[in-house]
Design a protein around this ligand. Sequence first.
Ligand code: RIB
Length: 284
Amino acid sequence: MARIAVVGSINMDLVTRTPRRPRPGETVLGTAFDTVPGGKGANQAIAARRAGAAVDFVGAVGTDVFGAELRKVLEDNEIGTAGLRTVEGSSGTATIVVDEAGENTIIVVGGANAELSGLTDGDRALVAEADILLCQLEIPVETVLGAARCARDRGTLVLLNPSPARSLPPELWEAVDIAVVNEGEAAQLDSELRAVPHVLTTRGGAGASYRGPEGELTHPGMRVEVVDTTGAGDTFTGALAAHWHEGPAAALAWACTAGALATTVVGASASIPTAAAIERALAE
Ligand code: RIB
């Protein structure tokens, strides 16, 4: 079983469903509203756990009503929370609008995630004991860099999902072993990604591709009824990390299948499939 340390964000997603997204200045009538735990870090942690890995989470929640619920979703998924702090103030939130086609727009407010500055000795030990460190960019870049330095020094692989994309210090890119990007990020980060040994690019309904020392691989998209794409990329990334030790081709198949299944249910963390569901779909 792979051991994964996630150093990342956790948000409460405020999800509104609507036939179509409003234009600037326009009001439209929505059809449903829900609060669903999310955040790229937490989604990827849950995806890796459900795909079969042992997972520890390093992050922060606030003292507001969402904080306890967010902590509980990690505990309910049997994810280690020794590295989860509670900081004064609001938890991270994401205001998400999902239209009839399952496409979304998202506004993230960092809240407690922005307060995750620096790692404790306990956090460093979790990174050192892991096979893979999994990071995204919804927490301060300095914290991601600190975790990546620790991983590199202790022989832990660094998997970075550079989302939302932003400019990063070259030292961080030098520490990255595996990157997962969508097509937009792949274009935006083209020169940075050239130095990364293993790069996986997700292509929505068209599946995903890999390039690295093993050559180039592609995995086709799975036919599914899409209701909400939120968190599908996170599910891909978590499942990939959980199965990376089986080699890029097997990990890519797990990741694509998990990501596709995640689009068939509304809500980021709520839609993440179990290992049994992924295995069933892989066998079909
Ligand atoms: O990738 C999906 C996630 O992005 C959502 O869960 C939301 O919280 C934002 O972080």
